[in-house]
Design a protein around this ligand. Structure first.
Ligand code: GLN
Length: 543
């Protein structure tokens, strides 16, 4: 039987609902169950692909090429289960599908309404492809009380009723603030938030209470009795660090036990949490630190590079070293001598990005890393910057640029309008839509014999990594660029699209057109990040 756990949030946003859901997934997995996580987002964008990373955070790309919410990254990092297109839906997507069906005459003359047509569509999305799973955890984005989330809440209310309590459960995440002047924890916001849920017909069976301090037993009972929840199912969720200790903390508070008890499943015995103990132990006992400069444009909201920051941390776990991230806005390098800001860092990562603003600084950062022999990692846009830098400063092409910044005579990076995906050719119009039209998802790269990347990937001849880009290093400049020493060590199987460049003779200089950070897990650090941090450790011994 497939059981559904619906996770809603109350009081305020940013309480960490994504991590809480992911941690519950990890706990159920540790009990031997097969889990899958889904996210329903109440905004009107069809997907987050066109949203600014400084507003909405990173866009997480799945193997099958969906542009999804960053919470799906937490789900993958905590459970190792790769998400698909079907695991993230928005109000915009639901409406687009329902309206398309209406235009095609699919409703046979009916009046199309939020209830039942939109709610039915939401329920279908929640239930599709769930048969071979024990648990489906469904996180509802936003905060209870928002106008936008109402159709989603109505849909899960109906679904709860249809499935019955033996196959459904509602978990509500709230805040129990500590009021310093009164020296007290306050339960009122939680009571009000549960009231909001009751207004839409949902009685939660578990409350996950985010708080800064331990919740005394008396307060726990008070919340339980006011909110109609068993006292044992009022789970205090204190801030913990590192975030990979969250499954351990929730387990200690009885979360997995209470979920299993709700479903009448055996809850005695202990889950196998050895993976999480190992990770936390590696992180808390790490000695020494390396400093990594992340040069990018969206450094004002660190969520814009969430997976990147996590993958670097995983590299630290692999090397048992603390990784200190130094976020650098590339625009600062446009001032004279500002590049000295990078003096003494042990590794430089030029981040993914879009648009011309900030690129001169990124190119300066690549040059600094190349000339000073500091480990360099260029990801997606970062690889494109590395190629432009080599073209301008080594290949004698001073006007080398990307057509992303306007027409140019030396397009070492150019717009892709056609590329191979397996045996099919994907085409795009130059002036086509921006949403969902990049080269997205998993593609194969063939690794050159004797290359650094091939040894990093354990000798693999080819790899599959996730992509999200519209422009591509122009293969017509390959020979000219290789004459400078830059090696094209990874190519698409047809040899048309450069996937990886590296610089032999440099301690560690790699640019990749894909996003390795999306596949890194704390229990399985991505080999490129593990190797980059290893190179930074060597660098730290030198400086
Ligand atoms: N802007 C570049 C492109 O579209 C790089 C994208 C990225 O870094 N994700 O090709």
């Amino acid at each position: 039987m497939t059981r559904f756990v619906f996770i809603t949030g109350g009081v305020v946003s940013s309480l960490g609902k994504g991590i809480a859901s992911a941690a519950l997934g990890a706990l159920l997995q540790a009990r031997g169950y097969k889990v899958r996580l889904r996210k329903l987002d109440p905004y009107l964008n069809v997907d987050p692909g066109t949203m600014s990373p400084t507003q909405h955070g990173e866009v997480f790309v799945t193997d099958d090429g969906a542009e999804t919410d960053l919470d799906l990254g937490h789900y993958e990092r905590f459970t190792g289960v790769h998400a698909t297109q079907r695991d993230n839906t928005t109000t915009g997507r639901i409406y687009a599908d329902v309206i398309a069906k209406e235009r095609a005459g699919g409703f046979l003359g009916a009046t199309i309404q939020v209830i039942p047509h939109i709610t039915d569509a939401i329920k279908d999305v929640i239930r599709r492809d769930t048969a071979d799973h024990d648990f489906i955890l469904v996180e509802i984005g936003g905060t209870v009380g928002d106008i936008e989330s109402l159709p989603f809440l109505e849909a899960i209310r109906q679904l709860g009723n249809e499935l019955g309590p033996e196959a459904s459960m509602f978990v509500h995440l709230t805040l129990v603030p500590y009021i310093k002047s009164a020296g007290e924890l306050k339960t009122k916001p939680t009571q009000h938030s549960v009231k909001e849920l009751l207004n839409v017909g949902i009685q939660p069976q578990m409350l996950l209470c985010r708080c800064e301090r331990p919740i005394p037993e008396a307060e726990r009972r008070k919340i339980a009795s006011f909110c109609n929840v068993r006292a044992e199912a009022v789970i205090p969720a204190l801030d913990v660090s590192p975030i990979y200790a969250v499954p351990l903390a929730y387990h200690n508070e009885g979360m997995d036990r209470e979920v299993l008890r709700h479903f009448h499943l055996p809850f005695e015995g202990e889950p196998d949490l050895s993976r999480w103990h190992r990770i936390v132990e590696a992180m808390t006992t790490a000695e020494g630190e390396v400093h990594i400069a992340i040069v990018g444009k969206y450094t004002s909201l660190l969520d814009s590079y969430k997976s990147l920051a996590e993958a670097l941390t995983h590299g630290g776990i692999a090397n048992r070293i603390n990784v200190k991230l130094d976020w650098v806005d590339s625009e600062i390098f446009e001032k004279p001598d500002a590049v000295s800001r990078l003096d003494g860092v042990h590794g430089i990562l030029v981040a993914p990005g879009f648009g011309e603003r900030g690129t001169p600084g990124k190119i300066e950062a690549v040059r600094f890393a190349r000339e000073r022999k500091v480990p360099f990692f260029g990801i997606c846009f970062g690889m494109q910057m590395a190629v432009i830098e080599a073209a301008r400063n080594l290949a004698g092409l001073p006007c080398a640029s990307s057509t992303e910044f306007g027409p140019c005579d030396t397009p070492v990076v150019g717009l892709m309008t056609e590329w191979a995906h397996g045996n099919t050719v994907v085409s795009r119009a130059v002036d086509g839509d921006l949403g969902g039209t990049m080269r997205l998802g998993a593609y194969t790269a063939v690794l050159a014999e004797g290359s650094l990347v091939r040894s990093i990937y354990g000798g693999a001849e080819s790899i599959e990594e996730r992509h999200r880009h519209r422009y591509e290093v122009n293969v017509n400049y390959k020979t000219r660029l290789e004459a400078t020493g830059l090696r094209f060590s990874g190519m698409s199987p047809d040899g048309e699209l450069p996937e990886i460049v590296e610089l032999p003779g440099h301690p560690w200089f790699i640019g990749v057109q894909y996003h390795p950070e999306l596949k890194s897990k704390p229990f399985e650090p991505h080999p490129l990040f593990a190797s980059f941090i290893e190179a930074a450790v060597k660098q730290a011994r030198l400086v």
